[in-house]
Design a protein around this ligand. Structure first.
Ligand code: 6PG
Length: 228
């Protein structure tokens, strides 16, 4: 699955008439394999890095050199030195307005004046959270700001995260959900996705791009039987 996703990302980076391609990266463990593939041969030389600009869909409230930092994980996995512009989310400062301003400056906006990402990578937690939109947390209700600090009592911490208005403006959203440990939550989410208000219990279900494409990346271990 990571190889297929890397191949699709190579194609995205080479699309004609695109001089700057904005991509928001996911944290966690799942995308590490994909990032490692992209940062090494043969993909390293196939990706047109100079056209890409990377951002983060969420970040833990730790400095960039902390082991929990998504920024640190991506830089290590991509061996990113001098590879591409990567904009860390300084969640430890709590200044979500600064990141929002960065997006306003660096990312093309849609007709509605919302930053229009070419691709947003997301993961899914066992509780159905995505980015740092956790069940029952305030950020789920945010309809104005694109980036907020979100108190996450389940983790006893707060995180900086994209909100639904920003996520759902993207041209393309990938939810990466491979492996046995995602099987149960994938099954629950696919069963609940047409229920009214399901995103309160399974926040990933609130990711429904207005005009963009949504792709859930599943593999043999995580896909429900009827999809195999
Ligand atoms: C993070 C991610 C988070 C992650 C899920 C799944 O900062 O951790 O943004 O939303 O995608 O928790 O994590 P795994 O990939 O480790 O299962």
């Amino acid at each position: 699955m990571a190889v297929r996703a890397a191949e699709r990302l190579v194609l995205l980076s080479s699309e004609p008439k695109r001089d700057s391609i904005a991509i928001a990266l996911s944290g966690g463990n799942t995308p590490k394999l994909l990032y490692g593939l992209l940062g090494n041969e043969p993909f390293r030389q196939q990706v047109r890095w100079q056209r890409l600009e990377f951002f983060f869909g969420d970040e833990r409230a730790v400095p960039p050199d902390h082991p929990d930092s998504n920024y640190g994980m991506v830089r290590r996995a991509l061996s990113a030195e001098g590879l591409a512009k990567i904009h860390p989310m300084k969640a430890d400062t709590g200044d979500s307005a600064a990141y929002q301003e960065l997006l306003r400056r660096r990312v093309a906006t849609s007709r509605r004046g919302i930053p229009l990402f070419d691709l947003i990578l997301l993961g899914i937690g066992r509780d159905g959270h995505t980015a740092s939109l956790f069940p029952g947390t305030a950020a789920l209700e945010e309809r104005e700001n694109w980036v907020v600090m979100n108190e996450v009592p389940q983790l006893g911490t707060r995180r900086m995260t994209f909100t639904y208005p920003l996520l759902n403006e993207a041209r393309l959203v990938w939810v990466l959900a491979p492996g046995r440990e995602k099987k149960e939550i994938v099954k629950e989410c696919l069963a609940a996705r047409s229920l009214e208000g399901s995103e309160e219990r399974w926040p990933v279900l609130g990711v429904r791009p207005e005009a963009g494409e949504l792709i859930w990346w599943l593999d043999r271990d995580s896909a429900p039987g009827h999809l195999l």
